[in-house]
Design a protein around this ligand. Structure first.
Ligand code: FES
Length: 172
C-alpha cells in the first residue's frame, strides 16, 4: 500500500520523496527542506514523535533511520529518501508490544510523557547494540534526552528491565 501525503503549497513543482515509515511505503510531496519531523506529524499523522526545542537539544524528536537513532527535528526529508524510518508508533502494537513499552508501563516510567517517544527510541538503539546495559550505560545513552518531570530513575529501571525481557525472549 502506498500512502500519500502532500504539502498544498508545492505539490505542482515538487517530485515526491519516497520512504518507508514503520514498514509502509509512503510518498511525501513536500519541499526538500521540510523536516522529517514535520512530515511525520503533519502529513502522516504520526504524532508520537515530538517537537521540543527544535534545535537538537531535548531528545524528544528521535526516530530510527535504518536502525540508528536520528534527530527528526532538523533532518531534511530529502536525506531519508528511500530509507526505512521507525517512529515510536512502529516499536510495537497493543497486541504485540515491544518489551520497552511493557517495561515502561510496568515501571510507570514517565509522568507527562512528552519525553518518552525520544527516550524509547534512544533506549531501543541502546538495547539493539547492548542488551545488558549497566545503569551508567543507560544514563549515558539517554544523556541527550531531557525529562522535565524527573522520572529518570524509573526510566533507567525500565530500560534495564526491557533488556532482561529481550535477553529471555529476543524480538525476531
Ligand atoms: Fe514528563 Fe519526562 S515524563 S518530561
Amino acid at each position: 500500500m502506498l500512502a500519500k501525503c502532500a504539502d498544498q503549497r508545492d505539490t505542482a513543482v515538487m517530485p515526491p520523496i519516497d520512504l518507508i515509515v514503520n514498514g509502509t511505503a509512503v510518498s511525501a510531496a513536500v519541499p526538500d527542506s521540510t523536516t522529517l519531523l514535520h512530515v511525520l506529524r503533519e502529513h502522516l499523522n504520526l504524532k508520537g514523535t515530538r517537537f521540543g526545542c527544535g534545535v537538537e537539544q531535548c531528545g524528544c524528536f528521535l526516530v530510527m533511520v535504518e536502525g540508528a537513532a536520528e534527530k527528526s527535528c532538523t533532518k531534511p526529508i530529502w536525506s531519508v529518501a528511500g530509507k526505512a524510518v521507525t517512529t515510536v508508533e512502529g516499536l510495537g502494537t497493543r497486541d504485540r508490544s515491544h518489551p520497552l513499552q511493557i517495561a515502561f508501563l510496568e515501571e510507570q516510567a514517565g509522568q507527562c510523557g512528552y519525553c518518552l517517544a525520544g527516550i524509547l527510541i534512544a533506549a531501543k538503539a541502546l538495547l539493539d547494540s547492548n542488551p545488558s546495559p549497566s545503569r551508567s550505560e543507560v544514563a549515558e545513552a539517554l544523556d541527550g534526552n531531557i525529562c522535565r518531570c524527573g522520572s529518570h530513575n524509573r526510566i533507567i529501571r525500565a530500560v534495564q528491565k526491557a533488556g532482561e525481557m529481550l535477553r529471555r525472549n529476543p524480538m525476531p
